[in-house]
Design a protein around this ligand. Structure first.
Ligand SMILES: Cc1cc2nc3c(=O)[nH]c(=O)nc-3n(C[C@H](O)[C@H](O)[C@H](O)COP(=O)(O)OP(=O)(O)OC[C@H]3O[C@@H](n4cnc5c(N)ncnc54)[C@H](O)[C@@H]3O)c2cc1C
Ligand SMILES: NC(=O)c1ccc[n+]([C@@H]2O[C@H](COP(=O)([O-])OP(=O)(O)OC[C@H]3O[C@@H](n4cnc5c(N)ncnc54)[C@H](OP(=O)(O)O)[C@@H]3O)[C@@H](O)[C@H]2O)c1
Ligand SMILES: Cc1cc2nc3c(=O)[nH]c(=O)nc-3n(C[C@H](O)[C@H](O)[C@H](O)COP(=O)(O)O)c2cc1C
Length: 624
């Protein structure tokens, strides 16, 4: 079985060639010169150093390899910093993204630093899927020659904290490699762990590597083009809210909270002005929001801890009233392990202490169905203001897929936000960021920044077809994709699979999709309404049919269209999946079945087919 290949006149595939041509057409002389140095540096850094080996014995100059796997750039930034400091020390090192790493080189590596985040539910970031599979597969070599160190990036509000880093660290040891320093496990305050880990790694590099010969030092360090602006999570841009519109059929009126599992949905279409920010995004990127915690939640935390919001608290060089710390600076909904450990100690709660013991599966449930306030109420403790601020971590970032193309909406960004609002443990709960957005009036200021996602882009070759699978708010980036492809006159076809609980209330952007079908901007639309019990059919839209109580999901529609899905892939289509993590896994399983059934291979060949699409950048997922 093989995937469709573009004719190759140069050693680039059609997408790469298109990208390069587009860049060269726009670039002025100095940009072209800069890029040629940049690309030469990249090539040299990625090439296993034949130049260096010719100058000195292999052992002496073989560079350390710094490998990273990163979804949103954090692990990449840490790896880049390590690379820069090793090079600044005059030592040879190369920086490689995990999916650009030729795994056959592993058997010859001498010193490997691996920086990797954990995604999904203990899954590798997309760019490290292949490396992770290789290392755990039958072809992984014995590695007695290898010295290594692993730094994991994660979030201790997830059950499987730094799970992938732990697995890779253990697996390298199992293959006979020698760990030169303990596994680092960085929580959201990344530098607390990453900075000392990097220092230690540099120390080992000094011991284990010989200085690079001058020729090697002269290599151009691969630079990343600078972001268009300096807005970030720490320094967001104040965007004006232009629209905040309920787009679920029966609009939520804000008079009550849905019970856990009840069907009321409140999805908002949000429009923000980026005017004056210089913020540039591409469809596929996400917008980070710095929310303000709701006043009612701040009051509830003060009540549960029996503290006065007016007390001044000095922390990390800033002095603010406790209520300001809680409203703007601290994470007030998602739990973290360090917070729970402090709570267990202060409340003398042996039950909680037990949950925190390694391997206790009860912790995952606690992290998933308790917000901070639930834990504070469940385990009352004596707090002082200073200790509370120190125990709570800084606000975690909330990302929302951008649902627009600048080519259509200009200096605006649109979002599709499902407002998390539910009743549990006897109280009403609101998602901090989605609740913040839902409560804003037109004209309000929203602190934002762009989080690029370079792996989730419309094909550079506009003649390629695309398949987009995005139930629920997973449809957001595909609104941007379809706008982008219409505005650029892309000749490839666009096929969308969308799902929601109900046709009447959950068909997000229904009229826009129907318009797009009529205008030829969208070519196929398949729908799956999971909780509709009656059969219905709509013009231009594939019929929706549910048996009693049987849920219909997008993957069923994919299976029904399996022959066409496979044909599209065979003729070079790009495939995108966006939405909930569980959906992404089930859709992947359906795709495996489709490839197995319609291709001529077995399960292993089908898995390799999808892996190769991922490697080629033709199968991208954005799941949360
Ligand atoms: C790359 C990316 C793109 C995203 N795109 C979108 C998008 O386009 N649209 C969108 O709506 N979201 C999107 N999200 C999700 C979004 O970032 C937030 O995670 C989501 O809005 C919830 O955040 P919140 O602050 O409102 O809730 P939080 O304040 O973070 O509350 C969540 C917490 O509430 C608890 N909880 C949640 N549900 C229940 C329940 N039923 N019962 C008991 N406890 C519960 C859990 O403890 C959970 O940790 C995306 C996420 C990522 C990573
Ligand atoms: N992090 C998580 O674990 C997680 C998971 C899901 C949602 N969420 C949050 O919940 C909010 C809304 O989620 P959403 O946008 O996905 O909308 P949604 O309305 O919850 O789901 C959209 C559609 O997908 C269906 N669905 C559920 N499980 C599926 C699966 N395994 N495979 C295929 N389809 C499946 C739903 O069916 P049914 O509801 O009828 O089963 C529904 O028809 C978002 O804020 C999101 O962040 C978080
Ligand atoms: C959808 C999603 C799922 C995540 N799952 C986990 C997880 O299972 N375990 C964990 O420790 N961290 C998890 N994280 C946290 C990330 O690992 C953390 O934010 C990290 O800093 C991201 O680094 P990166 O930008 O290099 O990918 C998750 C983050 C997101 C957005």
């Amino acid at each position: 079985m093989s995937t469709a290949a573009a004719p190759q006149l140069v050693p680039l595939n059609a997408d790469q060639h298109g990208l390069l041509a587009r860049f060269a057409a726009d670039a002025d002389n100095s940009a072209l010169l800069w890029a040629s140095g940049y690309l030469a540096g990249m090539a040299q850094a990625l090439t296993p150093t034949p130049l260096a080996t010719a100058i000195a014995p292999a052992v002496a100059v073989q560079p350390a390899t710094i490998l990273y796997g990163s979804q949103t750039g954090n692990a990449r930034r840490v790896a880049e910093a390590l690379h820069a400091s090793v090079q600044a020390a005059g030592l040879p090192a190369r920086l490689v993204r995990a999916d650009a790493y030729a795994t056959r080189e592993l058997a010859n590596e001498k010193l490997l630093y691996l920086v990797v985040s954990t995604q999904g539910e203990g899954d590798p970031p997309d760019d490290a899927i292949g490396f992770t599979e290789f290392l755990h597969g039958k072809r992984a070599p014995r590695l007695p020659q290898l010295k290594y160190a692993v730094l994991g990036l994660g979030d201790s509000s997830y059950a499987d904290f730094c799970g992938i880093a732990r697995k890779l660290d253990a697996r390298l040891a199992e293959l006979g490699a020698s760990r030169v320093q303990a596994l680092g496990e960085a929580d959201l305050d990344i530098d607390t762990v990453a900075a000392p880990w990097r220092e230690q790694a540099l120390g080992h590099a000094r011991e284990l590597l010989k200085p690079a010969p001058t020729a090697h030092l002269a290599t151009v360090t691969p630079l990343r083009p600078q972001a268009a602006t300096a807005w970030s999570h720490e320094k967001p841009f104040a965007a004006e809210l232009l629209a905040n519109q309920g787009i679920t059929g029966r609009e939520f009126k804000g008079t009550g909270f849905r019970q856990y599992g009840a069907i009321d949905k409140d999805v908002r279409h949000i429009e923000l002005s980026l005017e004056g920010s210089g913020l540039a995004y591409e469809p596929g990127d996400a917008l980070g929001i710095r929310h303000r915690n709701p006043d009612a939640l701040v009051d509830a935390v003060l009540e549960a801890t029996r503290l006065d919001g007016g007390i001044a608290v000095e922390h990390e060089g800033a002095s603010l009233p406790l209520s300001r710390w809680l409203a703007d600076k601290r994470e007030l909904t998602r739990l973290s392990r360090p917070l729970l450990a402090t709570l267990a100690e202060r409340a003398n709660a042996s039950e909680l202490a037990q949950l925190l013991e390694p391997g206790n599966s009860g912790l995952a449930a606690l992290l998933n169905d308790h917000q901070l306030i639930d834990a504070l109420r469940r385990w009352p403790a004596a707090w002082d203001a200073q200790a509370l601020v120190a125990a709570l971590r800084p606000q975690a970032q909330r990302l929302y897929s951008i649902a627009s193309s600048r080519k259509r909406v200009g200096e605006e960004a649109h979002l599709t936000v499902d407002v998390l609002r539910y009743r549990a443990h006897g109280f009403d709960h609101l998602g901090a960021a989605s609740g913040f957005l839902a409560g804003l009036e037109e004209g309000a200021q929203v602190p934002v920044y762009v989080e690029p996602n370079e792996r989730f882009r419309v094909p550079a070759d506009a003649s390629r077809d695309i398949l987009m699978i995005g139930p629920g708010t997973g449809v957001a980036p595909f609104r941007g994709f379809v706008q982008e492809r219409a505005e650029t006159g892309a000749s490839g076809r666009n096929w969308l699979f969308f799902g929601a609980q109900h046709f009447n209330t959950g068909f997000l952007y229904q009229t826009e999709w129907q318009d797009a079908l009529q205008k030829g901007e969208l070519h196929r639309l398949d729908l799956a309404f999971s909780r509709d019990q009656v059969e219905s059919s709509h013009k231009d839209v594939r019929a929706v049919s549910n048996g009693p109580r049987q849920k219909i999901y997008v993957q069923q529609r994919l299976r029904e269209q399996g022959r066409d899905v496979y044909d599209w892939l065979q003729s070079g289509a790009h495939l995108y999946v966006c939405g909930a993590i569980g959906m992404g896994k089930d859709v992947h399983a359906a795709l495996l079945d489709i490839v197995r059934e319609h291709g001529d291979g077995d399960a292993e060949a089908a898995a390799e087919y999808l892996s190769s699409l991922q490697r080629e950048g033709r199968y991208a997922r954005d799941v949360y």
